[in-house]
Design a protein around this ligand. Structure first.
Ligand SMILES: [Zn+2]
Length: 701
């Protein structure tokens, strides 16, 4: 195989150098030794960037040997010696790759970026070697063709099906010349995706809005001003105030600053990221990614990239996705237009003398909210200190599932800000480990996410427990004041925590199960948790004033509930515009490199996005669409149909902690890696999902 040869080449070149000059005794590479840490977690304190390249090369080499042994097994192919054996293979690569994934997304630096740029195409090529191996595919196919006679249980049947399909979708049926072209496309795509993400991180980090006169801070809270002063100090600009494009800085600024010019400045900087020419421009990078994807899809017999991707998802076809998006787009846009009229009326009442623009929306909608509901985010935040919100999520999980969370201080972490928890069943049985990493740092990518450090599976009859992490970019504490979260940030904590529970509850036999879950199901376990955040019965268990310890007053809770659908037209519209843009990019039928700006404009104009609203992501910083959520950004909405309907099941029982419903929901989560999610949902709800609960929740009905 190509990669084995090139890896042997590297080893052969390195060998004489080592032989001619005896190297001092090297400490062992911690990625290649057994981890003797508590619970066998990665020894982050010992791992250095230079350990990754040799460890990943060694891991690929070992994986190749394991795969080779399966392909050349003299015995006739069976489910166990081929399909299950393939699932078992590559454990070291998965472990090292997972650790690399943590650091390259949450704690990266130039050294790690260099490793990533080099290793991503190598990993793509490694995956190709497996999928394009004739001998291996022959065995998988032989088992697949016999499947009716094998009496497989649902988990085995799913693994066989996904394994076979992975080969076919990886090009196993292609002619040799097409296989070569596919390899080249995969290698180029992987490099472009790394480039896209690095460019975005660079441009996001590079921008600072520096304010040097106090008058320009009008409207901001003391808390915001103090944080901006601290940011200025650490940027060597003591005495000034710095605002950035990171979520905890830009969005509160846009909601509070009464300085229209400054609002325009910061939003323009945000919206023009990687769209200004130069080294870090992403227009061509994205357009090239989209064109290569069309070519790849067509090589594999699909009309568009979206057809190729959706074939594996619950939605199945682009038509089904557009149908759902359209069902929501029209009412969302209509509601957004009403909201825009309310805001314009507020501007006019203040004799503003201007037309509403995107940089005004958040500021004025806060004012409208205050006028309509007497509700002010600054009044809510003191009741949402980060520790209480996190505890609120833990309390919810405890109420629903009986599990507990204990902070551990003896676990090595990759940054001192990371907190680690042991998750246990009610009876004390170990469930898994959860890392939580809350605040923005220069080496961390934007947004919030959850991933596995160790997958749950059953190895040689032994249950391997999961190790999971949540990463956020939340408001930092400022001086003696703890981090006080916005309602949206509180929802984000619950959201990512829901992903973590999904991984922690996994009860599947095969290691590949977690990765086999349909993308448009994946946001169900996370989004469902958001439904509880502002439920009065839960709020009273966690929301406490950071100074007085007083629970959130009932009158405030009532106001929050009453304002539940406020500004949802805006939120849905900016999201759906991005979801439609993602679909439009990925339903191109020609592998032609487009002018990214023109393509985006045509898409948004076609759908009729109003100029007062900016799409949630523009092409040049649409990381979801460039990477793992390509033709899949809609899945938040697909999952939202499921999560609203699932939460409705609790509501129907009249108890948001209903034990029987919680038990059934945990069962759904624990099996979703190994079985068809549509079937599992039907089992849970007794019917197919309905869109009604979602429409009602968003005020679109
Ligand atoms: Zn999510």
């Amino acid at each position: 195989m190509r990669i084995t040869l090139s890896l042997l080449g590297i080893v052969a070149l390195a060998a004489p150098a080592i032989a001619s000059k005896p190297a001092p005794a090297q400490p062992l590479n911690p990625l290649l030794t057994e981890w003797t840490t508590p619970f066998g977690v990665p020894p982050f304190d010992l791992i250095k960037p230079e350990h990754f390249m040799p460890a990943l090369e060694e891991a690929m080499l070992r994986h190749n040997k394991e795969v080779e042994a399966i392909a050349t097994n003299p015995k006739a192919p069976t489910f166990d010696n081929t399909v299950a054996a393939l699932d078992d293979s590559g454990e070291l690569l998965a472990n090292v790759g997972n650790v690399f994934g943590v650091l390259s997304s949450a704690e990266t630096n130039e050294k790690l970026e260099a490793v990533e740029a080099k290793v991503r195409p190598m990993l793509a090529s490694h995956a190709d070697d497996i999928c394009l191996s004739k001998a291996l595919f022959k065995r998988v196919k032989a088992v697949y063709e016999e499947r009716a006679k094998l009496h497989l249980d649902p988990e085995q049947a799913t693994l066989l099906q996904t394994t076979y399909r992975r080969f076919v979708r990886g090009g196993a049926n292609l002619a040799p010349a097409q296989k070569e072209r596919l390899r080249a496309i995969n290698a180029e795509l992987s490099s472009l995706i790394v480039k896209f993400s690095d460019n975005l991180l660079k441009e996001t980090n590079a921008y600072k809005l520096v304010v040097d006169t106090k008058a320009d801070l009008a409207g901001l809270s003391e808390d915001q001003i103090a944080t901006a002063a601290e940011a200025a100090k650490s940027a060597g600009l003591a005495g000034k105030w710095v605002f950035t494009l990171k979520a905890p800085s830009i969005w509160p600024f846009l909601r509070s600053s009464s300085n229209r010019e400054r609002r325009k400045q910061i939003l323009a900087a945000y919206a023009m990221r990687c769209d200004k020419g130069g080294e870090t421009d992403n227009r061509h990078v994205f357009a090239k990614i989209a064109a290569l994807r069309v070519e790849k899809a067509q090589l594999l017999g699909y009309k568009t990239w979206a057809n190729f991707i959706l074939d594996e998802y619950m939605a199945k076809t682009p038509e089904n996705v557009y149908k759902l998006l359209d069902q929501l787009w029209r009412p969302a846009l209509a509601k957004a237009k009403l909201e825009a009229a309310d805001i314009q009326a507020m501007i006019d009442a203040e004799h503003g003398g201007f037309k509403l623009e995107p940089w005004d929306w958040r500021y004025y909608s806060e004012k409208v909210k205050k006028a309509k509901y007497d509700l002010d985010e600054e009044v809510i935040k003191p009741y949402l200190p980060i520790d209480e919100v996190r505890q609120g999520a833990f309390t919810l999980a405890n109420r629903l599932y009986g599990i507990t969370f204990t902070e551990l201080t003896n676990i090595p972490v990759y940054n001192p800000e990371v907190k680690v928890y042991e998750v246990k069943e009610k009876d004390g049985k170990h469930v898994g480990i959860l890392y939580m990493d809350s605040y923005p740092r220069p080496g961390k990518r934007g947004g919030a996410w959850c991933s596995n450090i160790r997958d749950q599976w059953i190895k040689d009859g032994r249950f391997v427990t999961p190790v999971v992490y949540n990463v956020h970019n939340l408001s930092r504490p400022s001086g003696d004041t703890p981090a006080l979260l916005t309602p949206e940030e509180a929802e984000t904590i619950f959201h990512e925590f829901g992903h973590a529970l999904h991984a922690l509850f996994s009860n599947c036999r095969f290691r590949g199960s977690g990765g086999n879950i349909a993308q448009d199901f994946v946001e169900l376990p996370s989004q469902v948790m958001e439904n509880w955040v502002f439920e009065p019965d839960l709020l009273k268990l966690y929301a406490r004033h950071y100074k007085t310890g007083e629970p959130m007053p009932e009158a405030l809770v009532a106001k929050i509930c009453k304002a539940g659908t406020f500004n949802k037209g805006f939120a849905m519209t900016e999201y759906l515009a991005a979801a439609l843009l993602d679909m439009d990019w990925h339903t191109m039928t020609e592998p032609k490199i487009q002018d990214a700006d023109a393509f985006e404009k045509a898409s948004l104009d076609k759908w009729g996005l109003i100029p007062e609203i900016l799409t949630r992501y523009r092409t040049t910083y649409f990381a979801h669409s460039a990477d793992e959520y390509s033709a899949g950004y809609y899945s938040y909405t697909w999952s939202a149909v499921l999560d609203s309907d699932a939460f409705q099941a609790f509501k129907e029982k009249g108890d948001i902690f209903d034990q029987a419903t919680a038990k059934a929901f945990r069962e759904l989560l624990s099996k979703s890696g190994g079985e068809d999610p549509a079937v599992l949902f039907r089992l849970f709800r007794g019917r197919d999902p309905k869109v009604d609960a979602l429409l009602e929740k968003r005020g679109l009905k």
